[in-house]
Design a protein. Structure first.
Length: 281
């Protein structure tokens, strides 16, 4: 069993190496060239899901927060370079192995923070992007969480909702009965608010083998979800497990890091092998 502290340190090192690599790739012109050749010459397109948490200009929760201006710039970049799709469309593409004509991206938010309504939603509305918010239902109605009313207003404006457990515990650390409760009750509560079926689930913390395991995946399947999302970094490929789909976590990156992260360049075969060797997934 890998210890959490060891894993956190390894991810920190990987993050710093990644940032340095991004700078080199960006400044050398490799990324635009790679993207151009991939899209226009090889006609190979990528499928990505982004993970956001908080959008605000304060200093709290820095590692999971993106400043408003940064978020606006990121959305403008996505509009220009991707087909931004809902999770329904993304799952359709995967199930039907549809032929892509452009890079495809879906935008998700985890937890259900209040600023998803007060900040992010105001920007998303301008672009009309069909985003999904995964809610840990204990957040609902708290000072820092969305209210039921806010959830309903957003639903009327193309925002979809998925479940992210009740209490946001790592599912690998609780027993079978509690895992079942977390996965089932969160689905029921959101369905009750929306009066609509909840189809998607995101695992808290989200690293497969560390924060959730095969038992968690089986319970998610049995509960009737159509797909589930991890926080394992990467593009979605034909090899991806539809009940543990990869995503790319977004922080308050400088724009060049964001552009590198969504370019798909880290999905190169050799970099994947390096990530496997270092257990960075
Ligand atoms: Zn979360």
């Amino acid at each position: 069993m890998r210890s959490r502290k060891y894993t956190e340190i390894r991810y920190k090192i990987a993050w710093n190496i990644g940032a340095l690599l991004s700078l080199l790739l960006y400044c050398s012109g490799t990324v635009p060239l790679y993207s151009y050749l991939r899209k226009h010459l090889l006609k190979r397109y990528i499928i990505l899901v982004l993970t956001y948490h908080r959008i605000h200009d304060g200093n709290e929760d820095a590692p999971i927060s993106v400043k408003l201006e940064t978020f606006k710039n990121q959305m403008a970049y996505l509009r220009k370079n991707f087909d931004v799709v809902s999770l329904d469309d993304l799952i359709d593409i995967l199930r039907n192995r549809a032929c892509l004509r452009n890079d495809v991206i879906a935008i998700t938010f985890d937890d259900g923070w209040k600023d998803n309504y007060t900040s992010a939603f105001q920007i998303i509305k301008v672009y009309g992007f069909p985003v999904t918010i995964f809610i840990a239902t204990d957040f609902v109605g708290k000072d820092y969480g969305l209210t039921e009313e806010e959830i309903r207003i957003m639903r009327e404006n193309k925002v979809a909702f998925g479940a992210h457990t009740v209490s946001h515990k790592a599912l690998s650390e609780i027993d079978y009965e509690n895992t079942k409760f977390e996965i089932e009750s969160s689905k029921l509560k959101i369905e009750n608010i929306l009066q609509k079926k909840v189809k998607y689930f995101a695992y808290p913390y989200g690293k497969r083998g560390l924060d959730f395991n095969d038992t968690s995946v089986n319970i998610v399947k049995e509960t009737g979800y159509s797909a589930a999302f991890s926080t394992n970094n990467g593009c979605i490929t034909s090899d991806s497990d539809i009940f543990a789909l990869e995503r790319v976590g977004v922080r308050n990156f400088p724009m060049f890091v964001f552009k590198v992260r969504v370019s798909g360049i880290f999905e190169n075969k050799w970099i994947r092998i390096l990530r496997d060797v270092l257990h960075i997934n």
